[in-house]
Design a protein around this ligand. Structure first.
Ligand SMILES: N[C@@H](CCC(=O)N[C@@H](CS)C(=O)NCC(=O)O)C(=O)O
Length: 202
């Protein structure tokens, strides 16, 4: 069985948690508290020298980091990874978009607002994240106005990766009222069999 080292409040960790539920993959969850310094211990750094979560330990003791690489590894061969070369590349297109054009804005703004309580020292940085976040949301909304899911009519890893921080974007100050196609897509994902929200289930 795999072990996921994660903090469920982190969208990058929640992605893996959601995927495992949707695909019925057995896992153990090892809760890591970032604020308490759990990622800086010698023991954890030996597993991931980057000192970051998510980290997955495979049944044979090997480790894997980077949320979207983990998603790809765990979902290989499933219906969430299209066999068609173009659609497969489309999944990658959205995964790279998520890490470069979406997460650095929306996740960071959310962290400053929700988890740091908007300290004065980070207010300007918070504001600077709004433009990029809205740009990313518009790109998603435009796509989702044309197709049910991000790569087309097929639900894929791309949707899981982008759902993670998008469904809590309001916690980063991004009002989703102007993005009706995103709101429709969020509801559709929440209705899927085995869907779980951002709280650990016992
Ligand atoms: N690109 C990485 C980002 C990993 C990352 O930055 N994780 C954050 C939580 S969302 C973390 O561990 N932060 C702790 C730190 O940087 O000290 C991924 O997608 O997994």
């Amino acid at each position: 069985m795999i072990t996921i080292y994660g903090d469920i409040d982190s969208g990058n960790c929640y992605k893996i948690y959601l995927l495992c539920h949707l695909l019925d993959i057995e896992f153990q969850w090892q809760a890591m508290d970032i604020a308490k310094g759990d990622l800086q211990t010698t023991e954890f750094l030996a597993k991931n020298p980057q000192g970051k979560v998510p980290l997955v330990e495979l049944a044979d003791g090997r480790f894997l980091t980077e949320s979207n690489a983990i998603l790809h590894y765990l979902a290989k061969g499933s219906k969430l990874v299209p066999a068609d070369a173009y659609l497969n590349a489309k999944v990658y297109q959205w995964l790279f978009f998520e890490q470069y054009s979406h997460e650095p804005y929306i996740a960071v703004a959310r962290f400053i607002k929700r988890f740091q309580g908007m300290p004065e020292s980070r207010k300007a940085e918070f504001e600077s994240k709004q433009g990029g976040g809205h740009k990313a949301l518009k790109v998603m909304n435009d796509q989702l106005s044309q197709t049910a899911f991000l790569i087309g009519e097929q639900f894929s890893l791309a949707d899981i990766a982008l759902y993670a921080y998008t469904h809590v974007a309001e916690e980063g100050g991004f009002n989703l009222v102007d993005y009706p196609a995103i709101r429709r897509w969020i509801k559709q994902i929440q209705l899927m069999p085995n869907y779980v929200g951002m709280q650990l289930k016992n």
